[in-house]
Design a protein around this ligand. Sequence first.
Ligand SMILES: Cc1ncc(C[n+]2csc(CCOP(=O)(O)OP(=O)(O)O)c2C)c(N)n1
Length: 635
Amino acid sequence: MSLLDRINDPSDLRALGPDQLDQVVREVRERHIDVVSQKGGHFGASLGVAELTVALHYVFDTPRDQLVWDTGHQAYIHKILTGRNDRLPSIRTRGGLAPFCRRDESEYDTFGAGHAATSISAAWGMAVGRDLTGEDFDVVAVIGDGAMGCGLAYEALNNAGHTGRDFIVVLNDNDMSIAPAVGAMNKYLTGMITNPAYNKVRSLVKEVLHRTPTAVGDVMEELAGRMEESVKHLLTPGLIFEELGFRYVGPIDGHDVRQLVETFGRVRGMRGPILVHALTQKGRGFTHAEDDPWTWHAAGPFDKVTGKGKKSSPGLPRYQKVFGKGLVELADADPRIVAITAAMPDGTSTDVFQEAHPDRYFDVGIAEGHGVTFAAGLATRGVKPVVAIYSTFLQRAFDNVVHDVALQGLPVVFGMDRAGIAGEDGPTHHGALDIAYMLAVPGMTVTAPKDGSEMLALLRLATQRNDGPWSVRWPRAAVPAAVPPLGEIEPIEPFTWELLRNGADCVLLATGTMVLASLEAAEALDAEGVRCTVVNCRFLKPYDRSVFEEMVRSHPVVVTVEEGQVSNGFGAYLAREIDALELETPPRVSALGMPDAYVEHGARDGLLAEIGLDPEGIATRVRHLVASRPEMEPA
Ligand SMILES: Cc1ncc(C[n+]2csc(CCOP(=O)(O)OP(=O)(O)O)c2C)c(N)n1
């Protein structure tokens, strides 16, 4: 029987002797590799924290002590050790374990996450809450060096330092974000750790201290102590944290489980805010991932020996790839175009831009708000920034979009990937709100293309007009049709809609991914005698007023269809516009979109069908509406 078979929860782990922990670490790693190789999922980060996870659950009294994982993509081994090992193969599937941490999944998941850099703030809240309610437990936040580049982490440190409250932050420093970590903080941490002088001086000081006879004692000791302190201040990577009011412990080897147990044991007895700096290797224990942690951040099913992916790649490229390539073509022709990503070079395919135009490519780290305001600054100087940020992560930067870009009418283009249902990453990653939040911004041009070619045409138009903020959204999906080179794509007249088919019973005003789904629905309904018009509403705001009025006046049923949150979305926006027409016999209006609820994780197509945003769901809704339509005014 393996040790892991005997561990149902951390109390079983704590019943083991310290000399058994290396074996536990080996077994949890093996289990993680086994499951992800079969099912796919986040991979390298959990491997990197195997020892940390075991040591933390071994030393701290979880779940009484509160352990807060940042982002949660590294929590697979945490799930294995906290009663969810059996269900691990279900992770990321509909009804299965969540991709990240969730409070409603386990009492060991003390704080839900998916977006980066929330752990210190949340854990600090728990520590203060504990003190306010007179309770007694430890609070530990575990944050990666990538997430540590996010402003939110510093806001939290700034708030927590120098307070004297008991609070522990573990900095899991693997020198990687998804891509290599960027920025000054990264350089600071790496520079210090790799500085041989630091380690040399550190051990020298310790040696001198030990050798000095007690006769010279006090003076020497004090001198040496001060020397160590000043050397530490000169050279330690912890200086910045010490200055912020945290006691700095480290750097320690994050793959030495005994050392980790010993360190956490000591830290547990210390008072005040403490930061433990652990050095780890992303992908540890799986050679392919150690060699290429960027590629192995997440993986589809793969062969454990060769590391080769098991799924053959599909025929048509993903939107993100088309965007990346198209943006390079746009930038080839216009030297003022620059690309900005917030730590997602491959997720947004701006990595190809980096290769083509390295001097016009900016990875700002996990700092979406800063990225947007940085773009606003660039735009004041005549540069044309294209900000490529996932719809869900751009939520972080809403005020920057409003206050720094739109209010000043600055021409920044927002390219929002993963708009709509993001699939297996679940509710933290679905891009449900961007239509609602972009429509709410005065002066924002809001667009959604029906396919890859239209996406590039809209982006080209946005950079050509350069007359205020624009947003373009696209899904986490393959494009529905092949995309020709940019030069062969027809230009789009600004703010026009596209009439795709005619029918007298109903008009479907569809946006983005819902255009082709609506066309399919309309064709199916045609066979039943229900005649639908379908319009491609590629401009949501400003929109095509003349086509809009004509459609609304000539159809008894108007259905808007969008892959976005239905409250305050395109349908709600158009309902108001229809109302403003003050028609004597207004049409029946219905808005289809994502529900006013959090959509769970699972395969994208299945989720779309579940919420009625597939051709069948659209047809069902239209059938019902047409059957109960009001009488039209006689022409
Ligand atoms: C606000 C936000 N932006 C971007 C991401 C995408 N993302 C997920 S994990 C990750 C890297 C995190 O790096 P780090 O904290 O160092 O953890 P590691 O994976 O290296 O263990 C990024 C950028 C996110 N989850 N949240």
